[in-house]
Structures are given as structure tokens and as C-alpha cells.
Write a protein that binds this ligand. Structure first.
Ligand SMILES: NC(=O)c1ccc[n+]([C@@H]2O[C@H](COP(=O)([O-])OP(=O)(O)OC[C@H]3O[C@@H](n4cnc5c(N)ncnc54)[C@H](O)[C@@H]3O)[C@@H](O)[C@H]2O)c1
Length: 326
């Protein structure tokens, strides 16, 4: 059972498990994602901020991958606080309790690198974040605080109700068939879209000064790690990401090179850019899950760019056809 099964990671995870022959139920408030082929046995359109719906979603289920969240890229989570905390607290509280009441055997919670404190992420040349670095707590945004609170709630359910819980902290997962427009997209998808939409020669705008750093993990690698964690015996929070640190400028340059276009970069210092630097330390995940990302950033961005470019071209052609008709 995958909540958020209509979203980016959830639909990729569902497809992988479904293709492996597992029974897959997906639940989401909407299914407007980009994966076309059937990737589930059962699809439930449910608002999981509602208790009864969470009970319905977890009925007769062994394993819950709880991925549903009201979230988006840095622009969205910097601007929206109350709604994110309200919705995600309800989803996670009800999903956890419904899973307990329905005697779910194992529950996985998707936390985030956003739980890590601001004071460890002030320098672009940042040291990779280890799991224990989350405390003393001081996440950069409300979204991160909610994730950290839910991690603690999972710990409490583990202790008091003996629930079997897995908690992972995703660090910037990217890839094709994810949000690339509309305001909730993250930096790799946003930059791919900007480059795909640009003329050749053309220009794109980068948020911030381009010197802020991040690390990025390709979706197929993240899906494999997620399943490995679910199947493992490890029940504390663990990083899933990449430890290759790049500046946003470097990220843009790889995408521009992939596109084959000649693009000039402009900067918008007033746009949200989040913490100055963030990288994942993968020591624990390598040891516990014998996992590390296999896809290079260049390979992953090439697949992502190609997919987004196709979508941008399709949309342009649709707009032209519509304009010709009226
Ligand atoms: N993508 C990343 O880089 C990343 C990084 C850190 C953590 N995460 C976490 O991983 C999970 C999946 O992220 P994603 O990138 O696939 O995001 P996504 O936005 O594509 O998927 C989340 C899904 O949750 C659904 N949802 C929201 N509110 C709901 C509600 N009330 N009821 C039912 N469904 C609801 C959305 O419709 C969406 O399909 C989230 O919990 C997110 O916080 C993702």
C-alpha cells in the first residue's frame, strides 16, 4: 500500500513493485501523475487528512509506504507553512494510527533532508549530514519541522505499540515523470524546463547566486533503496540520497550541455534558495543496506531533460494547434 501513489516517488515505487509481481494498492487525493501504464492492482482516490479514509486505505494490508505529503520545491515550502504543517500532520498521524489499528505489519515513513538544522548548512562547502546531526534541532522551514515531529511520533509508536517502523530521509530525488511546472517543481526539474523552453541561443534565470550547493539522487536508485529499507531490520532514520555535492550553477551547466543549446545564465538573488549548502553522508546507508546510487548525475539528468523536453514540445504544439483553431 503506497500513499502518495499518484505522486512522483510513489508512482515510480508502485510501478517497480507491481512489475515485480507484488499486490499494490495506491492511495492519493489525485492521480494526475505522468506514469501512463498500469502500476497498481487497486487505486483509491482518498483525502488522507480524513481518519475514515486512512482506515480504508490500510485495510487488509501488510506493508504501508507512507509517501503522501503536501509538498513542493524550495519556492513552495518557503512560502507555504500552515497548510503544509496542518495537512501533513493529519496525514501522518491518521496513517500511523490507522496502520496500528488495522495491524499493518510494517510502516515506512518518508522523511526528508529538510529535518537537518540550519546551522550545519551555512557554507556551500558543507560537510555531509549524518543521521545524528538532526539534533539539536533547527530545521530551516516548517515542512522540515513537521517531518522531524513525525519521525518522533514514529519512534513513540515503535516504543509504546511495538510497531515495526522504517524511516528514511530523502535528499533531493529527481527523474522523469515528476512535477516539472506549476510551482511545486524542484531545482533539477525547474532547470530542465527552463532550458527546454529557452530559445537557442537563449537565456535562463537561476534562483540565488548559483553558488548554493546540493546533492541529487536519481529516482530508480531511490526506489531500490526504499524497498531495501522496508525489507531490512533497521528501524531508525536513515539517509537516502547522493553524496556528490554540486553548485546549482554546475547543475544548470550539465543540463545545458545535455540540451545542446547555447544558454546564458542570469541570476535572481531575491528568489528563495533555502540553506546555503546541503550534502548527504551515506556511511550508514552503505553499511546497513549495502546500497549507494548507481546513476551518475549526468546520466540521470539526461533522462530527465529528455522527458521534460518532450513534454514542453508537446505543450507548445498543443498551444499552436489551439491558436490556429480560434
Ligand atoms: N522528491 C524529493 O526529493 C523528496 C525529498 C524529501 C522527502 N520527500 C518526501 O517523499 C514523499 C514523496 O514525495 P514526492 O516527491 O513523490 O512528492 P509528490 O508531491 O510528487 O507526491 C506526494 C503525493 O501526496 C499526495 N497528497 C498530498 N496531500 C494528500 C492528501 N491529503 N491525501 C492523499 N494524498 C495526498 C499528492 O497528491 C502527491 O501525489 C513525500 O512525503 C515527501 O515529503 C521527497
Amino acid at each position: 500500500m503506497i500513499t502518495g501513489g499518484g505522486g512522483f516517488i510513489g508512482s515510480h515505487l508502485a510501478r517497480y513493485l507491481y512489475q515485480q509481481g507484488h499486490f499494490v494498492r495506491v492511495a492519493d487525493v489525485k492521480f494526475d501523475g505522468y506514469i501512463q501504464e498500469k502500476h497498481y492492482n487497486e487505486k483509491l482516490t482518498l483525502d488522507l487528512r480524513n481518519w475514515e479514509n486512512c482506515l480504508k486505505a490500510t485495510e487488509n494490508i501488510d506493508k504501508v509506504y507512507n509517501l503522501a505529503a503536501n509538498m513542493g520545491g524550495i519556492g513552495f515550502i518557503t512560502t507555504v507553512g500552515a497548510e503544509v504543517m496542518h495537512d501533513n500532520t493529519l496525514i501522518n498521524t491518521y496513517m500511523l494510527e490507522a496502520s496500528r489499528q488495522n495491524k499493518v505489519k510494517r510502516f515506512l515513513f518518508s522523511s526528508s533532508a529538510c529535518v537537518y538544522p540550519t546551522y550545519r548548512q551555512t557554507d556551500p562547502n558543507v560537510t555531509g549530514l549524518k543521521e545524528e546531526d538532526a539534533y539539536p534541532a533547527d530545521p530551516d522551514n516548517f515542512y522540515g519541522w513537521e517531518k522531524l515531529y513525525t519521525e518522533k511520533m514514529c519512534q513513540a509508536y515503535q516504543r509504546d505499540h511495538n510497531m515495526d517502523i522504517r524511516t528514511l530521509r530523502y535528499h533531493n530525488i529527481y527523474g522523469p515523470e515528476g512535477t516539472y511546472k506549476g510551482g511545486r517543481e524542484k531545482s533539477p526539474a525547474a532547470l530542465c524546463r527552463k532550458v527546454a523552453e529557452a530559445l537557442n541561443p537563449g537565456e535562463i534565470t537561476i534562483w540565488g547566486d548559483g553558488k548554493q550547493t546540493r546533492s541529487y539522487c536519481y529516482i530508480d536508485d531511490a526506489v531500490k533503496a526504499t524497498i531495501k529499507l522496508m525489507e531490512s531490520n533497521y528501524n531508525k532514520p536513515i539517509n537516502i540520497g547522493s553524496d556528490r555535492l554540486v553548485t546549482i550553477d554546475e547543475l544548470a551547466d550539465i543540463i545545458i550541455k545535455t540540451s545542446g543549446k547555447t544558454i546564458t545564465k542570469k541570476y535572481d538573488p531575491t528568489a528563495p534558495q533555502g540553506v546555503r549548502g546541503r550534502n548527504a553522508d551515506l556511511t550508514l546507508v552503505k553499511k546497513i543496506l549495502d546500497w549507494e546510487p548507481q546513476t551518475t548525475l549526468e546520466q540521470g539528468l539526461e533522462k530527465t531533460y529528455k522527458w521534460i523536453e518532450t513534454k514542453v514540445i508537446e505543450e507548445r504544439e498543443l498551444t499552436q494547434t489551439y491558436a490556429q483553431r480560434i
